[in-house]
Ligand binder design. Sequence first.
Ligand code: KDG
Ligand code: MG
Length: 405
Amino acid sequence: MKISDISVYVCCPDRNFVTVKITTDEGLYGLGDGTLNGRELAVASYLENHVAPCLIGKDARNIEDIWQYLYKGAYWRKGPVTMTAIGAIDMALWDLFGKYTGQPVYQLLGGKSRKGVKVYAHANGASIDEVIEQAAGFIKEGYKAVRLQCSIPEMDGTYGILGDKKDYYKMQGDRHLPPEQPWSTRKYLNFIPSLFKKAREVLGWDVELVHDVHSRLTPIEAAKLCKALEPYDLLFLEDVMPSENQAEFAGLRPHSTTPLAIGETYNSIWDAKTLIETNSIDYIRCAVSHFGGITPLRRLADFASLYHVKTSPHGAPDLSPIALMAHLHFNYWVPNFGIQEFVGFGTDKLNSVFDYDIYVEDGLMKTSDKPGLGVDFDFSSVEQYPYKRSYLPVSRLEDGTLSDW
Ligand code: KDG
Ligand code: MG
C-alpha cells in the first residue's frame, strides 16, 4: 500500500482547521488533524513543502518508520509546527491502516480497556452562579466531571474565562490581530477558591472538578492556590505554572495534595520526562496532534504508567474532530487512562464539515466499530469556509506588562 498523494486542506467552519489527506495506490485515504491555533498556515506549508514530497511512494503501513523518518531524519527536532505536522501524518496513517485492515484504531492499539471514555465538560460563566448552574446541567445529563472557569470580578475579559460570551473572531477586531486582555494574579487568587467552595456546597462531592490556570502563576503563587483549593478535592488543577521549567513542579508537592495536570503545549516526551520521573504531576495532557501523533503518545503513556501518571488528552475546540476521534481510540486502549477533556459537539458549520462517529452516554464517550478513526471530511469546505487569520489572545498585567497565559 504505497502513498500516492498527500493533500492539505485549511478551512474555517467558525474556526480554522488544517486537515491532511493521505491517499494510497489502492484508493484508500486516511485523515489527520494538523491544526495549530494561530499558526495554521505554518503547519500547512511545512506539510506541503517539506513533508509530502518525501513520503510519496513509501509504504503507508510502515507507520513507525515514517514517524522516525520525519522526526530523526529532519535533524531539526521538536517544536509545535514540526510536531503538529508529524502528528497529522501519523494520525492519517493509523486511520489508513485501520481502513486497510477493516479494524477500528483502538483494536489495532491492543483493544478496548474500558466500556467508554470518561470525559469532563466545560462550565464557563460570568458569575459563580452561572458557572454552577451550567455544571449542574452537565451533571443532570450524566457527566461525572466538569471543569469550572469563571470571570474574575473587576477584571475585564480574560481568556479562558469568557465562557459563552466569547466571540472568537469579534475579539480580534477588524485587523484580525491578537486581542489583549488584562490579568491580575491578586484578583484571581482572591476569587477562585470561592468558586470551588460554592461549587461543593451546591453540587456536592460526587462530581469530579477540574480547573485550568492557563500557566499564569509563579511557583509560590501556584503553591498558594494548590493549598487554597485542597479542601475542595479537585480531580486536578491544570497548567498551574508555565510549562518550560519542569523542575519547578516538584517544589509544589510538599505544599499540597491537589493533583496536578500539564502537557497540552508539549511536543515531545522530553518536555515531560523530568516531570513524570520526579512524580511531580498526576495527569499528562499531551494531544495527539501537537505531540506528533498516536505513535509517540503511546510511548509517553507507557512511560507515564511507570510513575502512576494518568493520561488526559487536551480536548479544546481548536483540535478538530479528527484529533478528537484519535483521542477516543487511544483512550479506549490506554491502560493508564485518566479522563478526556470534551467541549461538546461543536457548531452546525463544524458538524457539516466533519462527520465523526461519537456519542456520550452517562458521562462516557463512545464510538461504533467503523474501521480506522471513524471520521470523514467534506473537502469542498475549503472553498465554502476559507481560512481567516486568527490569533490567541495576549495577556497583560494591569500596568501593561506582558504576562504568561
Ligand atoms: O489553543 C489554545 C487552547 O487550546 C487552550 O487554551 C485551551 O487550555 C485549554 C484547554 O485546556 O482546553
Ligand atoms: Mg488548558
